[in-house]
Design a protein around this ligand. Sequence first.
Ligand code: MN3
Length: 201
Amino acid sequence: MAFTLPPLPYALNALAPHISEKTLEFHYGKHHQAYVTNLNKLTEGTTWSDLSLEEIIQKSHKTPGAEGIFNNAAQVWNHTFLWHSMTPHQGGGAPKGVLADKIAVAFGDYDTFRTQFHAAAVSQFGSGWAWLVADPDGRLHILKTGNAETPLTQGGVTPLLTCDVWEHAYYLDYQNRRPDYVATFLDSLVNWSFAEQNLAY
Ligand code: MN3
């Protein structure tokens, strides 16, 4: 079955001024759409098309000859996850409840978490992603991945939220100032209720 571009969970201008409508027009409407279109082109009429998106990601990962399928499938999944990792409704800052407790256990306090997540996102060389994940014991960790790589292939790790640090995510609004973009993501956009929902799985 053909894959389709999932709806954006808010209007294209909803994250402004932090992320502009122009950026989302390109990032969602062109980049995310292109990954969907390319994945369909690569899988149409093959046995890949019988699999779910998550199954394709697992099966194509590090599989010789399937690099294009992995890259496009993972980027479809990563971007859908990204849109939900941000909210136009007073996002960012320190979480409350169970995530506040888990951040205190894993990092000591929110400010230390913030510093470490920011450093991971800024130091990812080239294109990639920064993630907050839970390991199988429920302990939180910060990860960074290159290009299309996703924690879904890292045995038993549950992604909670992600920040896209490909230049296309921020260049129109922040040019080369990735540190400012990541700071805005943390302070004004993070959707902690989405992260908490993911923790429950
Ligand atoms: Mn992107």
